[in-house]
Design a protein around this ligand. Structure first.
Ligand SMILES: [Zn+2]
Length: 252
């Protein structure tokens, strides 16, 4: 609802951007899908932009009261998919510099290993955090979310396997970290009503997809949209994604 001057009458209706990153690293030579890499320098500039614009960068867990409409404020959710070691090396120090939190969605069966699910397709093996490194991430006040055990395409497997992948990744990570894991991320953004029900039944409070858009109060917390921050984007794209309806258009 907007008044005549164009300012929101209800600040709580402000859209909440949920940013999606993968690697915070320079793309290795020959790597395909270079959009998955945001350089450490560019990531630092993006976090500075958020802070300059008055946003607090938060994890999905820290954003829950804002997404439910219980808190009001200018927050941007920062998420990383898969659990890459470069998140700990290059993103964590920047997040700490600004007092931000963030969520890393971890493939629980890939700790200390690499991206076996797409290494051949991408032409590069990328190291994942080990269990000890993931504890460092969590001990720094960052959230760990679940991303299945093996990065399976959930709609392509039987219900029992999907259930084991979803619930199993939660119990694996909770046993490792000694804390609740309440957030989930659908691998490849792939999921329908069956997967949503399994995520709910497994006890997750929130889940993110790769559906494009900014989140709003009243959205289904188990199928939240995100904004993909690509390494190939020109610098003016992130401000458009944050402050305009750029992300709210359907994808071409
Ligand atoms: Zn993933």
């Amino acid at each position: 609802m907007w008044c005549a001057l164009g300012f929101p009458k209800h600040p709580e209706m402000r859209p909440i951007p949920i940013l999606m990153y993968h690697n915070i690293e320079l793309a290795p030579p020959g790597a395909r899908l270079r959009s998955l890499y945001v350089s450490p320098r560019r990531f630092a500039r993006q976090m500075r932009l958020l802070a300059w614009a008055g946003y607090r960068g938060v994890s999905l867990a820290d954003a829950e009261p804002y997404l439910r409409g219980a808190h009001q404020g200018k927050v941007a959710v920062i998420t990383f998919d898969d659990g890459y070691r470069d998140n700990l090396q290059h993103a964590l120090p920047v997040l700490q510099q600004w007092g931000f939190s963030a969520t890393c969605f971890v493939v629980s069966g890939a700790l200390g290993d690499c991206n076996r699910w797409d290494a051949a397709e991408l032409g590069v093996e990328k190291p994942m955090m080990t269990a000890a490194e993931l504890r460092q991430w969590a001990d720094a006040g960052m959230e760990v979310g679940a991303h299945t055990r093996s990065h399976v395409r959930l709609p392509q497997v039987a219900a029992a396997e999907a259930q084991a992948e979803i619930a199993g990744s939660k119990t694996d990570l909770e046993a490792l970290l000694g804390r609740d894991v309440r957030s989930f991320c659908y691998p490849y953004g792939d999921g329908g009503p069956r997967e949503r029900d399994l995520v709910a039944a497994s006890g997750f409070a929130m889940a993110v997809s790769t559906r494009r858009g900014r989140a709003r109060v009243g959205d289904d917390l188990l199928t939240l949209p995100r904004i993909s921050v690509g390494g190939h984007h020109l610098p003016h794209v992130l401000p458009l994604q944050l402050w305009t309806g750029y992300e709210d258009r359907p994808r071409a």
